[in-house]
Write a protein that binds this ligand. Sequence first.
Ligand SMILES: NC(=O)C1=CN([C@@H]2O[C@H](COP(=O)(O)OP(=O)(O)OC[C@H]3O[C@@H](n4cnc5c(N)ncnc54)[C@H](OP(=O)(O)O)[C@@H]3O)[C@@H](O)[C@H]2O)C=CC1
Ligand SMILES: CC(=O)N[C@@H](CCC(=O)OP(=O)(O)O)C(=O)O
Length: 346
Amino acid sequence: MSLKVAVAGASGYAGGELLRLLSGHPEVEIGALTAGGSAGTALGLHHPHLVPLAGRILVETSAETLAGHDVVFLALPHGQSADISAQLGALDSTVTVIDCGADFRLIEAEAWVEFYGGKHAGHWPYGLPELPGQRDKLRGTNRVAVPGCYPTVSTLALLPAVQAGLVDPGQLVVVAVSGTSGAGKAPKAHLMGAEVMGSATAYGVGGAHRHTPEIEQNLGMVTDEPVSVSFTPVLVPMARGILATCSAPVTSGTTEESLRQAYEDAYGNEPFVHLLPEGQWPQTQATLGANTVQLQVTLDQRIGRAVIVAAMDNLTKGTAGAAVQCMNLAAGLDETLALPLVGVAP
Ligand SMILES: NC(=O)C1=CN([C@@H]2O[C@H](COP(=O)(O)OP(=O)(O)OC[C@H]3O[C@@H](n4cnc5c(N)ncnc54)[C@H](OP(=O)(O)O)[C@@H]3O)[C@@H](O)[C@H]2O)C=CC1
Ligand SMILES: CC(=O)N[C@@H](CCC(=O)OP(=O)(O)O)C(=O)O
């Protein structure tokens, strides 16, 4: 099987990471590469690391340039995917669309309006195969909403403890540091030189970040209890990677052993989620360029809280790797095809 694949937003960070992974995919032929203002320029100008594709010219993003492919990846700014995917669907009924943006992630329209504003476009199968039951929904689908980077790492960090009833899901806390590539390549005042170099900055504090309802939506799928998360993202001066520290009060009877067992049971057979040996704590570097999440869990006996630390590359498992994983499932291929387990270090 050879899948003809297009990437919309190919000049951006997520688009570049998609092309890095797709270049090594044995079942993929790379078709149209599109952009906004960068249309007409060579891909190599934006991504000099993508040597075999460097001479490819970016074209404008339209339903016409994206039609005629088996799979279209959308790596466009928020709010751009809904219109283009509707136009594309009208032109090409057989295409599979995998959206790296947020447009189709949230089920509840009220949450969309509160955190993003504007009209809710609807909900597509959610691209986190590790959520119980989700892998089967992704097999053979022709639409995928790839999760946000913080929701992927936070959900995977808390899921086993919440699912097993070992923590109170109404009192979850996540503090996650992220590299600046999470914000995309467009210039932003808070990402300019002196503002980001040598400094760590919290943002979206106090329940304001738009990933809060997405994390709650995911964890709400594995418990009947109400789920609430206090989520604080922190920008740190590194290019890529997220380290999430998650905690919650344990329920009566929870022990260090039962916590660890829940994580072993949940992820023992997962190809990309790895519980580290006891005493070893995750670091972002070990996940860079890999489609992996590395986890460690412990019980803070003194105050009765479970503490889980998780590391992930925001551009790989946090976006493009997850998108390719979902394409593999949607197309009936081996889920792990072309997805690295090996990171880049030091
Ligand atoms: N970065 C990350 O870690 C993650 C990103 N995502 C999601 O992936 C998507 C892309 O993010 P990211 O790559 O970081 O963003 P970038 O800003 O790096 O890239 C955006 C891409 O969209 C193109 N674009 C911008 N405006 C338009 C337009 N009006 N019409 C057509 N194309 C346009 C840009 O082209 P041009 O060069 O011409 O401006 C560029 O190719 C977003 O929805 C983001 O939320 C999801 C998870 C993590
Ligand atoms: C460091 C940084 O700015 N990160 C981005 C999250 C990127 C991502 O995963 O999210 P979306 O696909 O939802 O944009 C942010 O906080 O907005």
